[in-house]
Ligand binder design. Sequence first.
Ligand code: CMC
Length: 446
Amino acid sequence: MSETTSATAGNPAPSAAKTVTLTDNSTGKTYTFPVLEGTVGPRVIDIRKLYAETGYFTYDPGFTSTGSCQSQITFIDGDEGVLLHRGYAIEDLAERCDFPEVAYLLLYGELPTREQLTKFETTITRHTMVHEQLSSLFRGFRRDAHPMAVMCGVLGAMSAFYHDSTDIDDPTQRMIASHRLVAKIPTIAAMAYKYSVGQPFVYPRNDLDYAANFLSMCFAVPCERYQPNPIVAKAMDRILILHADHEQNASTSTVRLAGSSGANPFACIAAGIASLWGPAHGGANEAVLKMLTEIGKPERIPEFVRRAKDRNDPFRLMGFGHRVYKNFDPRAQVMRKTCHEVLGELGIEDEPLLNIAMELERIALSDDYFIEKKLYPNVDFYSGIILKAIGFPTTMFTVLFAVARTVGWIAQWKEMIEDPSQKIGRPRQLYTGEPRRVFVSLEKRG
Ligand code: CMC
């Protein structure tokens, strides 16, 4: 493959200004494909006509070299540890904004003015209650159901409750669905938690901000008002900001793929939640705590580190490594600081599991295997520890990730629906099964 670099940089529109040439060695034929450039980040080869022109598909399991869409929402430079939302660095957003501001930025493309923010927060606050009939749905689940299973079911069921915001071709309905999802997801998550512990559901409180209201719905009981600790509420808000969007990860790609068929937004978010659940993705924060519990005491850490390095052992250190960040995860750096603030505030720095976590962090950051493979603690390593300190059971960790990511999912879904080049997502495959064979009747098989 050769690349011509004589012309000026192009833009995301197909352009012959820059191209790559592919030579098929079996026929000697050459084919030329346009190169597209975004505002920052690596260039991409536009292979939309590859099959039509050459008869070849590409093969890229895990999509490690595939850009599936154009997007203006989030940019990641994994080598440099950069994460930008609409051009703003995550460190600035986490330090200087609250979650609704970031949600507005993701949905509308700009940071809100004071007036826009007030209006947005009012809209979100006024949509936090869920249809009363939706609470009956919870009662159909076993009390010991995993809250992520409940979330998948209840989110999918939302399309049966909010018919007036399922027409994806109507921009107003799309925006109403987006607001409803951002507003109601904390309520539904808190209900899933309350149901699992056998306590009555707690209604939202309009006098609290987004994060504090969520904590109140989780930890208040009808006989006792909940007054959130400001450091804990701030940490919750930061966890939400740091998980709000992350480009075309597995769950976001799932939301886009589900939405590409024209499915309604609530169904798409339910699909995203299902994808998030796995331990290689959002389920990692829960897996971190399970792993720390399994390790049990600091003396056993070397044994687990040894297992993580053993190629014949499938065990991995949960909360370490990232597909995209190969230097450091900028979210993890903010989360680490918040983690220590929360532990200090709550006076639980000596908790045994947290001691194991801190020792594991120290070893992994100084061990050659982890340094060479660029395996750093990721955001889920610290978020699990903070959430445990706040008092959430481990089964709720991934649910909290879903609460935060809903705004990213819905912003990406809206962007896709509004993109004129959008098509139904339909990857192809490298078939390695039997070629056509002669049918054998049942009597003759054996
Ligand atoms: N512990 C030990 N070794 C690891 C780990 C780990 N956590 N992660 C990767 N490696 C090794 C892996 O064995 C491989 O070694 P080798 O080259 O000798 O075969 C090498 O590092 C590259 O790993 P990979 O599986 O090719 O990398 P990937 O980009 O496909 O996987 C990952 C990324 C996040 C799935 C993986 O690092 C992992 O399983 N981490 C643990 C789970 C986790 O914390 N996930 C949360 C990710 S952050 C939140 C989110 O995005 O949802």
